[in-house]
Design a protein around this ligand. Sequence first.
Ligand SMILES: *Cc1c(COP(=O)(O)O)cnc(C)c1O
Length: 278
Amino acid sequence: MNTTDSLRIFCYKNNRVFIDRCIHNHNSYHTSINRSTATTTYKMDETEKRELLERYNAIKSKITDPNVTLVAVSKTKPSFMIRELYENGHRHFGENYIQELELKSKELEDLKDIKWHFIGSVQSNKIKQLGSVLNLAVVETVEKSSAADKFAKCFSNHSQPLEIMVQVNTSGEQSKSGCEPNEVVDIVKHIISDEQCKKSLKFSGLMTIGSPNATEDQPDFKKLFECRDSISKQLGLPIESIALSMGMSHDFVEAIKFGSTSVRVGSAIFGERDYSKK
Ligand SMILES: *Cc1c(COP(=O)(O)O)cnc(C)c1O
């Protein structure tokens, strides 16, 4: 065995231990909210920190346009990793599961400027629960006017309006959430004109999850781009006021080429997710 091989095995094992430890800590979230402080007090060792920051900086270096927001998708990953990136200056984090977001937002409530993005599917009976998430800044996954109404109600006593993005199903896959492209103008119109919505919500953009096997011409990204044009024209909103949230670990560079202003990157920053132990 040569040096490269043994180094590779070492790295592999080390990473494995690290991931296992993260999952172990993560699982304690689900056991008890009170016990979960263990996840915040856990300290990453220097190697783990360095590796996380290296991955993060590698992603940052690929985003040269200052108008593009990087949302670090931290689902299934423990709070101490989020804290580490926050201390390194990062602010936008994305989560998919309400319970997990509730818990992490409590564990990290001392991080005053953190901006949580909810990017999971919105079930109307869980909207109220999101109302109690500290520092929830953006919900990216609204796909119906009725969901917007519920958010407006739950957030009416908040000092800051809640940012709302409308999720569009650009690929037409049955399994994907999001409204149809031809419904998006009406939904946005509702959000910006309904009295209750106007008071507590701020429409901030469109979001899509592209097809994982997209062709080079990126029809999903193009479609979202076109949706923004229609909204801007038909509702008189300036293009720059409408963010486009598209692009993940495997395609965020492409997405930016196609006009993305907000990329949601998870595994390329935090490492692969492992759901097997849940
Ligand atoms: C998990 C998730 C991401 C991040 O995915 P990666 O491939 O890990 O970058 C982005 N957007 C949504 C909606 C997600 O659920």
